[in-house]
Write a protein that binds this ligand. Structure first.
Ligand code: ADP
Length: 382
């Protein structure tokens, strides 16, 4: 049998998450092959084992699978038919295509939580905008509510909050989940990894604040500022979710803490996630290394926090579209414990995720102050 470390890994997706996964694996000299559309994508800048292709196409995913020992993903929107076929043929696919299928359709994902009695906001599924309007007219559905496209929404696109009758005009005309508008106190996230031997590792929960307009994480704080009891409750829930999915790999779970103190699952992603970037510098083991450990059936690493951290996404400035230019890099690097990650995307556009910064400080409030300073100083323009 091959040593795990000699296993050849295929990664579907070569964005920033793929890049950081490759960077993590290169410390162990892992043999990793990345499939994505173009050589100017972030992961292609850190490996020459980059295959130009389309991970939504059956044949290209299947061919990648044939040349590696284990396949993983950095994005859910991949061709899972090819992954099912590869799995039937005995290939290790982590996360399993079944989990990817359930998660990439928000409707199936919500049904999964309901079926497994995992806490999530109440919801119904609708075919299109017309059916939603009819349900409102018939008194079966009351405003306010949140409409979500079942597929292909990301970073808040495909999420529409209906607060008034007028908003009904602007419904997305797609198959949707319609769920209760939650009275949110805090948005939290927790990541859990599991390997084929059944070891489970849970990262301490983090807290997120959102950019109101772009609907992207504005700041992520580690650890979340919550009571110990709540932290334990969240970690127990993360374990239940991982077991319900029969997960192998990494699962990032976004949660709502409601004003009445309940924890509800918003959604999950079976891959590295924006809410785990800070683990590179702020935890003993990063989410990327943990994913590699889990899919190679190696012992999982300690998830312990080594320093409080504030993470901010570095987004394309509003009003600039074109070849990217970074302003204020040197000023940010002059600040203590500011760790910059520039993904290497050639083109910027408003709110595009171009990089992130993790700011460490033994005092989380100081880290937050410094993060705001970095946000103000660093500009992504053309
Ligand atoms: P995406 O997959 O595009 O990130 P999410 O389902 O995470 O979409 O929703 C994006 C944001 O919209 C959430 O972080 C939260 O701020 C808000 N949101 C989503 N669902 C609800 C809800 N049921 N009630 C209140 N706010 C919500």
């Amino acid at each position: 049998m091959l040593m795990a470390i000699n296993t050849r890994i295929g990664i579907l997706g070569g964005g920033q998450l793929g890049k950081m996964l490759v960077q993590s694996g290169s410390r162990w000299n892992l043999d990793m092959w990345v499939l994505d559309k173009d050589f100017d994508f972030p992961a292609a800048r850190v490996t020459n084992q980059f295959i130009k292709g389309d991970f939504t196409e059956f044949e290209q995913v299947y061919q990648l699978g044939k040349m590696v020992d284990v396949v993983t993903i950095e994005i859910e929107n991949v061709n899972t038919e090819a992954l099912h076929k590869l799995e039937k043929e005995g290939k290790d696919i982590y996360p399993s295509p079944k989990v990817i299928d359930t998660i990439k359709d928000k409707g199936l994902q919500k049904l999964f939580y309901r079926e497994h009695q995992l806490p999530t906001s109440d919801f119904d599924l609708y075919q299109d905008a017309d059916h939603i309007r009819k349900a409102v007219s018939a008194g079966k559905l009351t405003i306010p509510f949140v409409q979500k496209a079942r597929t292909e929404g990301y970073d808040g696109r495909g999420v529409f909050v209906v607060r008034t009758d007028n908003d009904l005009e602007d419904l997305l005309d797609v198959a949707s989940v319609v769920e209760d508008l939650v009275n949110i106190d805090k948005e939290l996230a927790v990541s859990v990894a599991r390997n084929p031997s059944g070891n489970i590792g849970i990262f301490p929960p983090v807290e997120m604040t959102f950019h109101p307009e772009a609907n992207l994480v504005e700041e992520l704080l580690s650890p979340a500022r919550i009571a110990d009891e709540l932290r334990q409750k969240i970690e127990a829930l993360a374990k239940d979710i991982a077991l319900a999915f029969d997960l192998v790999g990494l699962l990032a779970i976004e949660l709502f803490l409601t004003r009445s103190g309940d924890i509800l699952i918003n959604e999950a992603a079976p891959r590295p996630h924006n809410s785990g970037h800070h683990t590179i510098e702020g935890n003993v083991t990063s989410q990327y290394e943990q994913l590699l450990r889990s899919i190679l059936d190696l012992p999982l690493g300690s998830t312990e926090i080594t320093s409080p951290a504030a993470m901010i996404n570095i987004l394309g400035e509003e009003g600039y579209t074109g070849p990217v230019h970074y302003e204020g890099l040197a000023e940010c690097l002059a600040m203590d414990q500011v760790h910059l990650h520039i993904y290497g995307k050639a083109q910027t556009k408003p709110f595009r995720k171009m990089g992130h910064a993790t700011i460490l400080d033994k005092d989380l409030d100081h880290a937050i102050k410094k993060a705001k300073q970095v946000s103000k100083t660093l500009k992504v323009i053309t």
